[in-house]
Design a protein around this ligand. Sequence first.
Ligand code: CU
Length: 362
Amino acid sequence: MLRVRVLIRSAVAVVALLLLAGPAVAGNWATVRLDAPPGEVIAGEPWRFGFLVKQHDIRPTNDVEPFVLARHQATGEEVRAEARQDGAVGHFVAELLFPVAGSWKWAITPKPFPETSTETLTVLGKPAVVANDAAPLAARIRRGTCDAGGAAAFQLAGLPPAAAVVEAAMPFEAPGGVAVRAVASGSSTVAAPLADLVGGDYAIEVEGRAGEPAGAVCGEIAGRVVADDLVVGLRPGMGTEGIGVARLRGTGGETTVELYLLDTAAPMPPAKGEPAAAETAVVEIVDPMAFAPFRLTMAAGTEVVWTNTSGIVHTITGDDLAFADSALLEPGQSFSQVFAEPGRYEYRCGPHPDMIGEIVVE
Ligand SMILES: [Cu+2]
């Protein structure tokens, strides 16, 4: 019965939208596609990127004046940049400078066409800078546990100071998929099979230093080896707050040890899917250009899933800062977000702003 009511309501919404939909929807719209996903964007460092503008998502066009507008989700602070044509027809480049770290909503508007929103961007804080002439941090494998130290067994290459390896990227995802930065890293090879290290009561230790943000870290070499590969977490040592990760890889009779000290000052966005949604509600994007149901009323904590069942691309773009925008949704793609706070959230499709919808959270 509920399903029938929803269908009737959405049919009414579709008819209403058809009546409203003038030539603006039917005629002139454009899509914006980024050349590449944003990757790592850091506050205070210019970020340059390119994108392609296509009228009706088909024909690349230079007859536009695109600008980029970003808004900080917590403070509402705005950053704007004009784009300029570069290379092939329809291709533009722009440069944004985010003044502070955090979550930024952003969209590209290829004037005179409406905007295409992009996925909310997590801008990372600048890593703490250590003087370039600082000595490397000493690292070793030794006997015993972290709490009960034993004799040094293998010397590891020292970790260079943070400033020298600012761009060191984590070669694997941290637990929960959180965005973390390595502030120092190093690689060594020790003359011992990985199996001997795992079974032999050893710990990996990196010495700290006064004023060094990463600090001392230590972790016992233990755990499950998968395909000659073991990842060990390094926890804070005496009086420090550093954390790190060691990756040990067995190759024949030797073991390669990669060490990463992580930047604990950088913002850690919640892992995807948090907070856990109590329930799920579905909104379909249908032809011709409508959200069904047009209005969704639900309890706080519900996850809304939009699925594009139409034949063309659309976005889910909200004016409210708390509303996380989607990027372009291709036919068949979905986008979801959890609404934790009661309120009324209006949204629209970026390229087709006459497509509107509403989420009412009670
Ligand atoms: Cu649309």
